[in-house]
Ligand binder design. Structure first.
Ligand code: TYD
Ligand code: MG
Length: 461
């Protein structure tokens, strides 16, 4: 029987149970429930109003009052600012998650330096590295002259005291998992500590008008470890991603109370830190040389920007009884669907063959508009017939084998034209686009079978 006021919090997912169990009922992890005494109010929740006015009851407001857009702190790292919704909102809290080693500390140090050089009062508190290490890195990146205040500290109380003493516009805490509060028994990195530290810092941010960026490490399965519980306390959650072996890094908005969540920022990791990539399309195309059978260039949209990416497929005879399906950068469930449609609606027999699908450059594509590009790459490899060099592909595929139209056709075609493409394999609706009249040739397909026939016959009229 649980004590009064005691709850058991899962250290992996933050799920709460009222009695102890060996396995977390929420996420299924073993031995992760730890007893905690409940706080009187959830961390991050608003404090009850103490003013006399509110005590008498709740005063409702209307929606039609004039609002002022929040002023923003523009850091000067344009890719970062865009993902934040056009700069950092004062008093907001941002969680930046990512695998260890992906470059979170590097990115945020650069953001701090750029903001400080723009005149903002900036502090960078590292709980993982010594001041000398951070300074050496900044100097190596040529940022030694930026007026950023550095500290190495893990004691929450000292950090909070320092932030109360001095006013800052932007404070980076690297990382939230290293902080500990001496008022709690739990060890650093536990859900209890992470939640308490984040709650305290978020409250301080709101009160002082300081923008606080919290760095959080992500576990192998893609969850922000422990800090899952932090996600709902902060105003924005950004994840910093990158495939091992590729220099490209993508900052992706997962939640944003002050802007769109589907924005991405693209960076390239080099010897002197992260470089902003203003034109990602050029990056994700396989440069140089002919495109061979199995390659299709997808005209996609990431956030507000069009991005061209190459899909590469290989359909090969299987050496084993069970054919392999391997996919990098795309959803494997989606691949299974496209293969089933190719098989049953287009007469391509793929069932007994190995299928590999790869998105070039280490980008992860989630748009349904990529269906047709993946199907075109697969059909091109299966039929051993390359697509025209100057052809881009986009369109959604339904289970019935129809090719459905997708949004932002003009933007996709325009980006393709800008990069020297002159042809598109696309849904019928793309024929109406302004660009299709201006010399851009759209080979339309209403059924996936039409598209496959075009590829097989090399017919692009
Ligand atoms: P880091 O920012 O420390 O990662 P995180 O804080 O997410 O754990 O980045 C570490 C990696 O970045 C490390 O493998 C080295 C690489 N790196 C460069 O390639 N060039 C650079 O200029 C810097 C600073 C780091
Ligand atoms: Mg780090």
């Amino acid at each position: 029987m649980a004590r009064d006021g005691a709850v058991y919090t899962c250290q992996a997912c933050g799920g709460i149970s009222h009695k102890w169990a060996g396995q977390c009922p929420a996420c299924g992890a073993w031995n992760t429930l730890v007893e905690e005494v409940t706080a009187s109010r959830p961390p991050g929740a608003l404090a009850p109003a103490r003013s006399g006015k509110a005590r008498g009851g709740l005063a409702f407001e209307t929606l039609d009052l004039e609002t002022v857009a929040p002023p923003r702190l523009v850091t000067g790292i344009a890719e970062f600012d865009r993902v934040c919704g056009g700069g950092v909102v004062p008093g907001s809290a941002i969680l930046v998650g990512g695998d260890p080693g992906v470059g979170k500390s590097t990115l945020l140090l650069q953001v701090c330096a750029a903001a400080a050089l723009n005149g903002a009062r900036v502090a960078y508190v590292s709980g993982e590295e010594a001041v000398e290490q951070v300074r050496a890195r900044a100097q190596r990146m040529g940022l030694g002259h930026a007026p950023v205040k550095l500290a190495a500290e893990t004691a929450l109380r000292d950090i909070v005291d320092a932030l109360k003493r001095e006013t800052f516009d932007l404070v980076v805490i690297d990382s939230i998992q290293t902080l500990w509060s001496d008022q709690l028994e739990a060890g650093p990195g536990s859900v209890t500590q992470v939640r308490a530290a984040a709650g305290e810092l978020v409250r301080l941010a709101k009160k002082r008008g300081t923008a606080v960026v919290l760095v959080g490490h992500v576990t192998k399965d893609g969850q922000i470890a422990g800090p899952r519980v932090v996600e709902h306390m902060v105003d924005a959650v950004l994840s910093f991603e990158g495939e091992r072996g590729y220099p490209f890094r993508i900052l992706r908005g997962a939640k944003n109370r002050f802007g769109a969540t589907d924005e991405i920022g693209v960076f390239e990791m080099g010897d002197s830190g992260l470089r902003e990539v203003k034109n990602p399309s050029a990056l994700f195309l396989n440069e140089g040389g002919e495109r061979s059978a199995g390659a299709a260039v997808f005209a996609g949209i990431e956030g507000s920007r069009p991005v061209l990416v190459e899909f590469q497929a290989l359909v090969a005879p299987s050496a084993y009884g069970t054919p392999r399906r391997a996919v990098v950068g795309w959803d494997s469930g989606r691949l299974a669907m496209v293969l089933a449609v190719l098989e049953s609606r287009c007469g391509l027999s793929l069932g007994a063959r190995d299928v590999y699908l790869n998105v070039a450059g280490g980008l992860r594509i989630t748009e349904p508009a990529a269906d047709l590009a993946a199907a075109a790459a697969l059909a091109s490899s299966a039929l051993d017939q390359p697509l025209p060099q100057d052809c881009v592909v986009f369109g959604e595929i339904s289970l019935s084998g129809d090719v459905r139209s997708v949004g932002r056709t003009d933007a996709r075609l325009k980006e393709a034209a800008k990069l020297g493409f002159g042809r598109a394999l696309a849904p019928n609706a793309a024929k109406d686009s302004a660009l299709s009249e201006a010399g851009f040739s759209v080979a339309s397909a209403t059924r996936l079978a039409d598209a496959v026939r075009r590829i097989g016959d090399n017919d692009w009229r």
